[in-house]
Design a protein around this ligand. Structure first.
Ligand SMILES: NC(=O)c1ccc[n+]([C@@H]2O[C@H](COP(=O)([O-])OP(=O)(O)OC[C@H]3O[C@@H](n4cnc5c(N)ncnc54)[C@H](OP(=O)(O)O)[C@@H]3O)[C@@H](O)[C@H]2O)c1
Length: 332
């Protein structure tokens, strides 16, 4: 496994990290979850990403149990706050109250005294940015959080946050967590240039497009049993990618991967890692074999000719519009 700095910070992360959205506490049983975490550790993954909201807070509990006994200094544990974690009017968003309460819940469930990175899961239009950034900064001072970042914020939102942090002397954002894959490139025109200039790294999610870029979903055919597209929760998220035009073009990537001696999943993960602003690609997995497959993308270099071939195959189905980076227009 190769390791990269998280943005311009001193923190090193594994360039492939493991995330537990949809899987832990939901799609997979605890045994499978623990096996995936063990496989990740065995393969040199040290960075683990979760969120308070995943599986209604159960995902953090499962990860906490799976990592129990591992030397804390050898891990980077990331979690997030914003989406509702309860029925109450304050169990959501980025107010000082919810941030303060949510981190305490996350630390308890993860069985740790601090998280390495705390991320605003979306932009909260109903809280002044200064309130959120001051609350984050307080958590850093309290030692509950070592670094702060955001997820799915637009370039403009990130720029506003950096300006306030610089004016007020708050801890600066070190990272953004956007969706990024061969199929979803909306960060390339605005978010990445700003982050390169300001020293934020991208920790990218769904680099395999939730499994679509493995080529296992065939156009016009039902999804394989047990895959995310058959999961009651997962299907709601993957369905927008399950269009025949997308699935057909993904099949056309198979000879490119084969020529390179890579699996399709490895090609997908290697592709996002070619972007130097990417600090880590977060992969998900329902089986330890998937983890072992995906990690072999570490250190793989794709030359310009290969990147061009991929673009030629996918161009009509690639999404590039920066306006697709959106947070809810009111609190969920
Ligand atoms: N910040 C955000 O808003 C946000 C949003 C989403 C995700 N995330 C983060 O990003 C992480 C990864 O997201 P993701 O799970 O969508 O990523 P992904 O790596 O694109 O997809 C993972 C899923 O694809 C399938 N898969 C993975 N490797 C495979 C392989 N080698 N062969 C065949 N199938 C394979 C598995 O599902 P099946 O076996 O069920 O098919 C697996 O659960 C999450 O856990 C979370 O930490 C963040």
């Amino acid at each position: 496994m190769e390791y990269r700095h998280l943005g311009r910070s001193g923190l090193m992360v594994s360039e492939i990290s493991y995330g537990n959205w949809i899987t832990h506490g939901s799609q997979v049983e605890e045994d499978a979850a623990v096996e995936c975490v063990r496989a990740a550790l065995d393969e040199g993954i040290t960075t683990f990403d979760t969120a308070d909201v995943y599986a209604g807070t159960r995902a953090e509990e499962v990860l906490g149990r799976a990592l129990k006994g591992v030397r804390r200094e050898s891990l980077e544990i990331f979690t997030k706050v914003y989406w509702p974690t309860g029925e109450g009017k304050n169990d959501r968003g980025l107010s000082r109250k919810h941030i303060t309460e949510s981190i305490n819940g996350s630390l308890r469930r993860l069985q740790t005294d601090y998280v390495d990175l705390y991320q605003a899961h979306r932009f909260d239009v109903e809280t002044p940015l200064e309130e959120t950034l001051r609350a984050f900064d307080d958590l850093v001072r309290q030692g509950k959080v070592l670094y702060v970042g955001v997820s799915e914020w637009s370039a403009d939102q990130i720029a506003r946050a950096l300006k306030i942090a610089d004016e007020m002397g708050f801890d600066r954002l070190v990272s953004n967590q956007p969706q990024y894959s061969m199929l979803w490139r909306v960060i390339e025109s605005e978010v990445v240039p700003l982050c390169e200039k300001e020293g934020l790294g991208q920790i990218v999610w769904s680099p395999i497009a939730q499994g679509v870029l493995t080529g296992k979903y065939l156009p016009g055919q039902p999804p394989p049993a047990g895959s995310r597209a058959t999961d009651s929760t997962g299907s709601g998220f993957i369905n927008r990618l399950m269009r025949d035009d997308v699935l057909r073009r993904v099949q056309d990537l198979k000879p490119i991967a084969a020529d390179l001696g890579l699996s399709m999943a490895q090609l997908a993960v290697a592709w996002v890692l070619q972007n130097p602003n990417v600090s880590s690609a977060i992969v998900g997995a329902t089986k330890p074999e998937q983890v072992r497959d995906n990690v072999k993308a570490t250190g793989v270099k794709l030359d310009a000719e290969v990147l061009k071939k991929i673009d030629d195959v996918l161009e009509p189905v690639v999404e590039r519009d920066p306006a697709k980076t959106v947070s809810p227009s009111s609190r969920p």
